[in-house]
Structure formats: C-alpha cells, structure tokens
Design a binder for this molecule. Structure first.
Ligand SMILES: [Fe+2]
Length: 618
C-alpha cells in the first residue's frame, strides 16, 4: 500500500522560470560526493562542451536538444512496465479523462456534505508506466509514478432543498505533462530502478533535455491553503488547481521563496493557521522545513536540518509549539545507486530518531529522540501532553517503496510480504510475512527528561491499516478519534498492492483493560470499530468531513471512493463517523470507473450558482 511518490532529486517547476539554474544543477551532480569517480572524466569533458556557450539561450541549445533527442530515440526503447503485477488487470488501471463535469443521478441517500470531494491518484498517460532498454541497460520508474488525475464529486444544496451532484476528472496538467502530451510520446526516461549506468544516463539526459531529471506527476494529495486548492507530489512544487474546472493554474513557490520539493502532507499549525512544509532532496541540503504565512504569500521561516543522509520522510507533524520530523532509515542515496545498490532503500538495522523542532527553530535547537528502527510513512496526529510530545503514526518493519531487493521478483516478493499471519505477536522479531503491515503506533517523547516510550496501539490480530484521517480542527492538538483505511491481506497479497476493504475508527482514549477483551483486543490496546465493505469492494482516498455546526470531534462523515471489482462499478460512500458501524448514509453511483488512488480531501464550499454553469444542461 502506498500513496507515496518519493522524490530523490531536486527540481523546479517551470521551464520558463527556472529557480535553480541549469549550470547549478549540473554542478550539484558533477561535484557531489555521490558520484563515482569513474564518471568524473566524462563530466569534465561534457562541461567544457556544454557550458562553453550559453546553450539555454541560443540556437545551439535547440540543436543540442535535438541531437540529444535523436540519441535517446535511437538508443532507448520504451517498453510497458508492469510492477509489481500487471496493473491493466487491476482496478488500478488508468481511465480516460473527462475534462468536463457530468451529472450524477444514481443516488441512494439524502444526507450529504456541501462542497467538493476531490481525490488524487496515479493515472499513467500513454497506456501505462514505461521502462526503458538501452545500450546502458534497463531503467524503470517507481510503481506509483503515473501522472496525477483528479477525481471530484460536487455536492450542491439547491434553493428548493434538492441536491445536485456532478462528477469530473482531469489530469493535473503540469509542465512535464504538457511537454509529453505535446510530443505525443513518452519522453522522460525513468530513473529510479535499474542498471546504474542506465539510471545515470537517464538522469543526465532528462536534465539536459528538459531542465529537470524527473516528471512532476503531482499525483499524491490535494490540500487547501488560504482559500486555494493545490495538487501535490513530493518531488516538486504544488500545482494550484481551479476547483471548478480542475485546471492546473501553475506552480506555487510562495512568491519565489520555496524552490525545492514540497511535502505531499503539509500541516496547518494550530492557532496561527500557518502552513508547515518540508522538502526532501537527494543532494544537500537534504531536508529543509518551512513555515508559510496563513495568507500563503510569505515564507516566514526556513530551516536546513543539516542532516548527513536523505531520509525519505513522507509526512511531518506539528504541535502547538513544535514541528516533528521522522528521520527513519529509509533513505535516498545516489551514491548507493551508482555503486550498484538501490536508490531508495529501507535498512532495518539503521538508526531511527524523531526530531522535535521549535516552530521557528534552528538546527541547533532540534531535540532528537532515538527510537526503534522502523518505516513510517503516515501520521495520524502529534500533540503536546505535559512534558511529552505524542506522535501517533503507522509503524511497519519494511517498506513497499521501492519494492523488492535487486534480484528478487516482484510477483513473489509482494505477495509474501502481504501474506497474513494471524495471531503472531507484533514484536520486532516479527516473521518475514508481516513486514509490510503498518500498525497504529505511539511514540511519547519527553522533552524534559528525554525519555522515550513507544508501543503498538492495536493488538496482533487487528487488520493492518493505512491512510489515516482525523478531524482537521484537531491537527496538532490532542484528539480522541482517528480513522483509517483497512488493508485486506488476500487481495493485497494477490495484487502486490494495498487493497482496502473497509474503514476503521480508533478510540485513542478507550484502552482495553483485559476484563472485557472481546474480539481481537489485548490489554492496553485501544478500541477499534470496523466498517467493512461488501465482498471485493475496496476504497481509496477516504477523508473526514466535519459537519457544519458540529460540536463533538466525531460530528462528521467519512467520505470515500469505492470500487466493486465484481461489478466494475465505482461509487462514493458517506459514513456517519459517530455511528460508524451503521450502513453508509449515502451511496452514490458514479458514471464511470474511478481507479485506485491515493489521498483525498473535502472542500466545503457553496456551489448553487456555479454548478449550473459546470453542466449547462442541468
Ligand atoms: Fe501520503
């Protein structure tokens, strides 16, 4: 299961307005200790050849790019890439783009939130992901690297009391998306997996031809800040999105102040409304954390964590006073790749620590807490509890990213790692076949005594879970409830991808005492309610929607896309969070399939006047 797209390399958003110069990037690549000495003679000669003239501003540039294109066309062959299994045979297969809203009339229920439910996900262009074969060997992408497509369901409560619902989908038209569509063929060479020489030259050729080594797929998440909606993948800048047309309006670089990758999970700081973000890059500075003003116009603070490795931290946390960073041993390392290893790798024996950083702190004000090695991608919430900073996340003991080790087969590795082993204890000496299962986990970090306490929150027989949600009003402060998608072992094992056959509600304050330990609870584990779907029905992009005027934390709904694999019908379910075990309060059947995806969000806006213009026939 993963919604992660990890970006190893720094890039900029626009070819027309580069924030990092071409020569600067080349120098980063050239002088970095990451590079094998065997490549240095090549760089020296190449630099003399390329930078002796201003290739970016002269006709020489065009000629050079054409020559490089001709070289790529002759030396590289794009081939379909199926990883871990053939995605065309799953509900993850890409769908056609609508670009215009269509009415939704097959509705079961009459209770809806008012606004837009929007979800991002991978929808590869040109029929699917592509690998390459060349004289340098093979190179491949990550299995999550398809171009982002937004799926949106609009709910409008009309003046006569009736509801109008429309659905739309559209690609996130980033600069690299437009470039490849203009060329009408795959053009960026994949650079994440493969033979070191092939990966190296693919990286270099992308950089020379397009000014960036990776596509901006913008496929992972959507978020709102200061009244604007953004699409994001963590390898590049956010794309501002017109919420009514889903058109990409260009990248958001905070008025030029943020010129590096941007996390797919920025956090709104409690109290101030500031947006806390981070950017992970494969070259120094590996990690920078930023604080953006509540109006989105100003970068108020930027901090280089001064790390000596590039941890693939997917999500950061916030509390009232702190930013929380996970420095865990899943890392991006170009040097490792060049020496024949994996660009992205989880090292189970590597050190793990959590950094507590004052909101406007500096590198020397970070307090690091050593924790047990693990792989954690997503966080429910962080908050301060007396002297302790509490982090609730999902701990796993292996990573679905990047996937199988070199030499092993994806079709064997993934199913084995997802194989169920009910009843086995969730200790660190866990059997191989549960390593990919994320489980709710708690770290308590005492900022006064420096003590660390950590533990699983649920018992060994609980389902693995991922894609956490909470009521957003509680981000950074103590909350009582969390919600997740529930992973099903067998379909996940069969496809090698997370299949989420239900939802869970976690009661963080309700600890089982052992006296009435029904079901799968064990002493000290928290109460969990499961809302499971019909057979062969799986969800993606679930989001918490607070009820307007709600008083309690769980006054709201969980909204999610679901797909029934037997009928090939996609729907949206709305489930009352307070009555979580009840049937959905609404089931809305969509006019076309919505493939598996990553994260979703709900934007509460009034649509009465606008929705009639979205589909004139209404
Ligand atoms: Fe994520």
């Amino acid at each position: 299961m993963a919604c992660y797209y990890y970006v190893p390399f720094q890039g900029h958003c626009s070819f027309r307005k580069p924030t990092v110069s071409f020569s600067h990037k080349f120098n980063l690549l050239k002088t970095s200790h990451h590079l094998s000495s065997s490549f240095k003679p090549f760089f020296s000669e190449f630099e003399q050849l390329v930078f002796g003239v201003d290739v970016l501003k002269s006709a020489v540039k065009s000629t050079a790019v054409k020559l490089l294109d001709a070289f790529v066309d002759s030396a590289f062959e794009f081939v379909d890439y199926s990883y871990p299994l053939d995605l065309s045979q799953t509900i993850a297969a890409p769908v056609d783009e609508l670009r215009e809203a269509v009415p939704v009339t097959n509705i079961n229920g009459n209770i809806f939130p008012q606004g837009v439910y929007i979800r991002n996900g991978s929808n590869p262009v040109f029929g699917g992901l592509k690998s390459t074969k060349s004289i340098f060997g093979q190179s491949s992408p990550l299995w999550v690297e398809g171009e982002g497509m937004l799926h949106a369901l609009y709910f409008s409560h009309d003046n006569d009391g009736s509801w109008t619902l429309v659905y739309n989908n559209r690609y996130v038209e980033t600069d690299t998306f437009k470039l490849e569509k203009l060329r009408n063929k795959p053009s960026f060479l994949p650079v994440v997996h493969g033979d070191p020489l092939a990966v190296f030259f693919s990286f270099l050729l992308n950089l020379l031809r397009f000014g960036k080594p990776l596509k901006n797929v913008s496929n992972t998440n959507v978020f709102e800040h200061s009244g604007k909606l953004y699409s994001i993948a963590e390898n590049d800048l956010p794309q501002e999105i017109d919420i009514f047309t889903l058109e990409a309006l260009g990248c958001w670089d905070v008025n030029g102040a943020w010129n590096r990758p941007f996390t797919a999970h920025p956090k709104r700081a409690p109290g101030t409304g500031e947006l806390v973000t981070m950017g992970i890059a494969a070259t120094k500075p590996f990690v920078e954390v930023g604080v953006i003003s509540a109006d989105g116009k100003e970068l108020l603070h930027k901090l280089d964590l001064k790390l000596d490795r590039c941890p693939l931290c997917h999500e950061l946390g916030v509390t009232e006073r702190y930013n929380v960073f996970l420095d865990f041993p899943i890392t991006v390392d170009v040097n490792r790749l060049i020496h024949g290893g994996q660009l992205i790798k989880y090292e189970s024996e590597g050190y793990a620590r959590i950094g507590i950083i004052p909101r406007y702190g500096h590198a020397d004000s970070i307090r690091w807490f050593k924790v047990k090695p693990n792989c954690t991608f997503h966080i429910f919430n962080c908050f301060e509890d007396g002297d302790e900073v509490v982090v609730w996340g999902f701990r796993a003991l292996a990573s679905v990213i990047p996937g199988p080790e070199p030499g092993s087969k994806g079709v064997e590795w993934f199913p084995a790692k997802f194989k169920p082993s009910p009843g086995k204890p969730m200790e660190d000496a866990i059997s191989e076949d549960q390593l990919l299962f994320p489980r709710p986990y708690e770290w308590r970090l005492n900022v006064r005594t420096r003590d660390v306490k950590e533990r699983y929150l649920t018992g060994p027989n609980q389902f693995p879970m991922e894609f956490p949600m909470i009521n957003g009003a509680f981000t950074g402060v103590k909350n009582k409830y969390g919600y997740t998608q529930v992973c099903h072992h067998e379909p996940s094992s069969a496809t090698g991808m997370g299949r989420f056959g239900g939802l869970a509600k976690l009661y963080f304050e309700d600890r089982n005492t052992g006296i009435s330990s029904g079901g799968n609870q064990v002493d000290g584990s928290i109460e969990v309610e499961y809302h499971m779907f019909e057979k062969n029905t799986y969800c993606s992009g679930a989001a918490f929607v607070p009820k307007e005027g709600g008083v309690e934390e769980d006054d709201g709904w969980i909204i999610t896309f679901v797909h029934n694999q037997d009928t090939n019908i996609s729907q949206v379910y709305i489930i009352d969070a307070k009555n979580f075990l009840n049937e959905p309060v609404a089931r809305i059947t969509l006019p076309c399939r919505v493939p598996d995806g990553f994260h979703g969000a709900f934007v509460p806006i009034q649509l009465q006047n606008r929705i009639t213009r979205m589909i004139p026939e209404i």
